[in-house]
Design a protein around this ligand. Structure first.
Ligand code: ZN
Ligand code: ZN
Length: 415
């Protein structure tokens, strides 16, 4: 796979490159590739176009999908075994963290970077300004690309996802060699280490949620209570369902309001609320707030979650709508604790309710029947019962005493 010969004005040397830095702990592939290029005195985009002219490798989310031949080529030229390079890719998290990567953007566990013209347009490459400041060689972590991660567990601060001055997302592969490291904004040249970020209380919901995610990343399992260890991919599947009502539902504002009143008064609404938003496309600030919600709802599982839903009059429906059955650990709670299907009365009970109303001179109506049966006044009837009730109501209306019948049954019942 050695690439020799001339490309445009460059003479491409054969053999390994003069400098070959190893990936640093938890370093993400694109960060290592950018450092590799810079260590060989070439800007990253030029470096890859010289040595890999087949395609513009930066024109995709190369942390999530890199051609295997490119990895093999890098392995030879940078004298690093292939497994060490593969460990920097997001695909190495398949199995332990998530079930699969959909390169068309179907994977919610990986933050979207939306690349156009080799530039990342969205804010999917987060960073901790303090980590970048402390690093002897500043580099970007693989965990900073993960959707549920919004804080740095080392410094307990909220991660940043853009330059504080010009609001550009991180595009460190476009930094010129004039900059001494990757810790600068590619657009305006500001030092990203100077960004001030919010400090986090270790007892806050978002810190607790972050602890669960780190546990899952380390062991592959999450323990939300004493009896329930959950496989990490199943845990993620469940938490995407739990935040859906806050994002995709037309009643999302009501959920936010309920959380503020029944969950945590410190919660404020999402900044970039848009109907139908996907969580992997939200900025860090909004995912941070959702992390807070989740940390709160997962605490003392499932009691606090069930209490929140009951107090807010939320049924299982918004957690299941259009997405099929949730993973078992969540489905079990939704089905047993939040299944509010109305009790369906027997024919005998139904008929005796009607006789009771007629016998005591009450007006026949759907609401009055519901009240007589101890059900909701907006009683749902099957077609057969609707027909029967309509016929009886019409018959009752023909009676000359109809006007004198009591229209509000439950008022009369309890008098
Ligand atoms: Zn940090
Ligand atoms: Zn900037």
């Amino acid at each position: 796979m050695a690439n020799t010969g001339t490309t445009k004005n460059y003479v491409i040397p054969d053999g390994p490159w003069p400098s070959f830095p190893k990936p640093l702990p938890d370093e993400i592939f694109s960060s290592w590739l950018a450092r590799l290029a810079r260590a060989n005195f070439t800007e990253p985009c030029r470096f890859t176009s010289m040595y890999w002219p087949k395609t513009n490798i930066w024109n995709q989310d190369l942390d999530a999908s890199t051609p295997v031949e490119f990895i093999q080529y890098l392995s030879q030229k940078a004298r690093i075994d292939q497994a060490s390079i593969e460990a920097t890719l997001l695909t190495s998290l398949i199995g332990r963290y998530m079930s699969e990567i959909d390169t068309n953007g179907g994977q919610l566990g990986i933050l979207a970077v939306k690349t156009i013209g080799a530039k990342r347009q969205s804010f999917g490459m987060q960073f901790c300004p303090r980590c970048l400041e402390e690093d002897r060689i500043p580099y970007y972590r693989r965990s900073w690309r993960l959707t549920p991660i919004t804080i740095c567990s080392k410094h307990l601060v909220k991660l940043a996802d853009r330059c504080a001055k010009c609001e550009s997302p991180a595009n460190f592969h476009h930094l010129s060699l004039f900059h001494s490291s990757l810790a600068f904004c590619w657009q305006c040249g500001s030092e990203l280490t100077r960004i001030t970020t919010e400090e986090i209380c270790p007892q806050s919901g978002v810190a607790k949620f972050n602890d669960l995610i780190l546990e899952g990343l380390t062991t592959g399992w999450v323990r939300i209570n004493e009896e329930t260890p959950i496989m990490m991919p199943m845990f993620l599947e469940g938490i995407w369902r739990m935040v859906r009502p806050f994002l995709r539902n037309k009643h999302a504002r009501r959920f936010e309001e309920s959380f503020r009143t029944n969950g945590d008064e410190g919660f404020v609404g999402l900044d970039s609320f848009t109907f139908g938003s996907r969580i992997d496309r939200l900025p860090t600030s909004d995912r941070f707030k959702l992390g807070h919600v989740l940390g709160h709802l997962l605490c003392d599982w499932p009691n606090r979650f069930v209490g929140f839903c009951i107090n807010s009059n939320i049924t299982r429906k918004p957690f299941r709508r259009n997405v099929g059955i949730p993973p078992y650990w969540l489905a079990k709670v939704l089905n047993t604790e939040l299944n509010k299907k109305p009790y369906w009365t027997s024919e005998m009970e139904f008929d005796s309710a009607i006789s009771y109303l007629i016998g005591r001179g009450y007006q026949l109506s759907r609401g009055n029947i519901g009240s007589a049966l101890g059900l909701n006044r907006s009683l749902y009837l099957n077609p057969e019962r609707t027909k029967k009730v309509k016929r009886l109501i019409n018959k009752q209306k023909l009676s000359k005493d109809y006007e004198r019948l009591s229209p509000v049954f439950n008022f009369c019942l309890h008098r």
